[in-house]
Design a binder for this molecule. Structure first.
Ligand code: S3P
Length: 453
């Protein structure tokens, strides 16, 4: 799998303005956050957890491999259909080798919570992007349970972990809005005697809380200003439970944006997860004048789901408040592309967390736009995009970041001169089949709009 963006692994791709609109009905791959969690909670439950619609992207496959290395049985029975035979809370065993989490921050951070609360030694590493990302945000609070960590400068991977023999419950106010940190502490708290208490100042995605309940744990959530206080009763017996993974709204954002950008388009995306802590982009798009509607709203496996209909619209620039960030944190690169095509200026506020994603996404998003003739500035933690159209003609450096690659390729569809990316291979971490799916909905007289360069 990927190590560094060099040599034959590079996959340069160019996208161009299509001659015809996007149309049709599609589904996007399963939700990445829910897929990681289904495998992890399944491994910690007693019995067989059946998962439908699992994202089979590289990030999630790393989690599947790690759960196997820790003693759970994880098998694929068909496309998206997986079975996990769990070992029970506290029942995982020492891995024989280093756990390689590839490109996935979610896999690494959540796994740190599991490893901290099991009495054995383990080592975790990742690809060049993941090895640059901060881990102290999880290891500092996890040390409260009695685990010990030794990492590289700044606590970065590779990281050696000596799990606690008798993990203590953690009481922690998370200083950054991060569902990964919250989830790592909850996973650790599962094997601690007593109540794990987490305070978050801003509410972040609550898939872990939902799934813990689904597997039979006692979790209480109390609103606390703009945030929440979450309490988990430790050492429950997690019972295996079936999980239906909805389509990932963060993946749906790319074909959706393409439909909004290419005149005459109308696209239906079925079975998309609509957890309110994930749907900030839809609210933002409506403020920009987009025609995005939801049909068939329903609940599946404890998560709200619906079909999204997106139609081309002339968009206008807006001011996106910082409070919106946690509910659309992964959507800023594609929102920046939409803002470039909109009339007027869009200011996206409070994007500090974007600096610690698969790349420094704040800087890289600005560079993506300016390489293609769009006027953009960064002021503090705000990104300001001056709309009015996308000249294009540039090659975007994707820095091992799947969302930058997809954003740039969607941008090409609305550009005058086309947009290239240096490497589209990382798209497979979250959206396998992206190029084929996009080319399939772009009616371009059989000529693909996204092609290998
Ligand atoms: C995720 C949380 C977010 C998000 C990531 C997935 C999760 O990260 O960016 O893609 O599954 O918990 P942070 O917790 O760093 O905000």
């Amino acid at each position: 799998m990927h190590d560094a963006p060099v040599g034959p692994l590079l996959l340069p791709v160019i996208s161009r303005r299509p001659a015809a609109p996007l149309s049709g009905t599609i589904r996007v791959p399963g939700d990445k956050s829910i897929s990681h969690r289904a495998l992890m909670f399944g491994a910690l439950a007693v019995g067989q957890t059946r998962i439908a619609g699992l994202l089979e992207g590289e990030d999630v496959l790393r989690t599947a491999a790690a759960m196997r290395a820790l003693g759970a049985e994880v098998t694929q029975e068909g496309p998206g259909a997986w079975v996990v035979a769990g070992r029970g809370v506290g029942g995982l065993t020492e891995p024989a080798d280093v756990l390689d989490m590839g490109n996935s921050g979610t896999a690494a951070r959540l796994l740190a919570g599991i490893l901290a609360s099991h009495p054995f030694f383990s080592v975790m590493t990742g690809d060049a992007s993941l090895r640059r990302r901060p881990m102290r945000r999880v290891t500092d609070p996890l040390a409260q349970c009695g685990a010990r960590f030794a990492g590289r400068d700044g606590g970065r991977l590779p990281l050696a972990i000596e799990g606690a023999r008798e993990p203590l419950p953690i009481d922690y106010a998370v200083p950054v809005p991060s569902a990964q940190v919250k989830s790592a502490l909850l996973l650790c708290g599962l094997n601690a005697r007593g109540i794990t208490r987490i305070e978050e100042r801003e509410a972040t995605r609550d898939h872990s809380e939902n799934m813990l309940r689904h597997f039979g744990a006692t979790v209480s959530v109390v609103m606390h200003g703009a945030g929440r206080i979450i309490e988990l009763m430790g050492q429950p017996e997690l019972r295996a439970a079936d999980v239906v993974v909805p389509g990932d709204p963060s993946s749906a954002a790319f074909p959706l944006a393409a439909a909004l950008l290419v005149p005459g388009s109308r696209l239906r995306i079925e079975g998309v997860g609509l957890n309110p802590l994930r749907t900030g982009l839809f609210a933002t798009l409506r403020e920009m004048g987009a025609a995005v509607t939801v049909e068939n709203a329903r609940t599946e496996g404890g998560e709200p789901v619906g079909d999204i209909i997106a139609e081309y619209a002339a968009l206008r620039g807006i001011d996106v408040p910082p409070a919106r960030a946690p509910s659309m944190i992964d959507e800023y690169p594609i929102l920046a592309v939409l803002a470039a095509a909109a009339s007027g200026t869009t200011r996206m506020r409070g994007l500090k967390e974007l600096r610690v994603k698969e790349s420094d996404r704040l800087t890289a998003t600005a560079a993506m736009l300016s390489a293609n003739g769009v006027r953009v500035t960064i002021e503090g933690d705000d990104l300001i995009v001056h709309g009015g159209g996308i000249p294009g003609g540039g090659i975007v450096a994707t820095h091992m970041d799947h969302r930058l690659a997809m954003s740039a390729l969607v941008m090409g569809l609305a550009s005058r001169d086309g947009v290239g990316v240096d490497d589209a291979s990382f798209i497979d971490t979250s959206f396998p089949g992206f190029l084929a799916l996009m080319n399939g909905v772009i009616g371009n007289g059989g000529v693909p709009a996204l092609v290998a360069a």
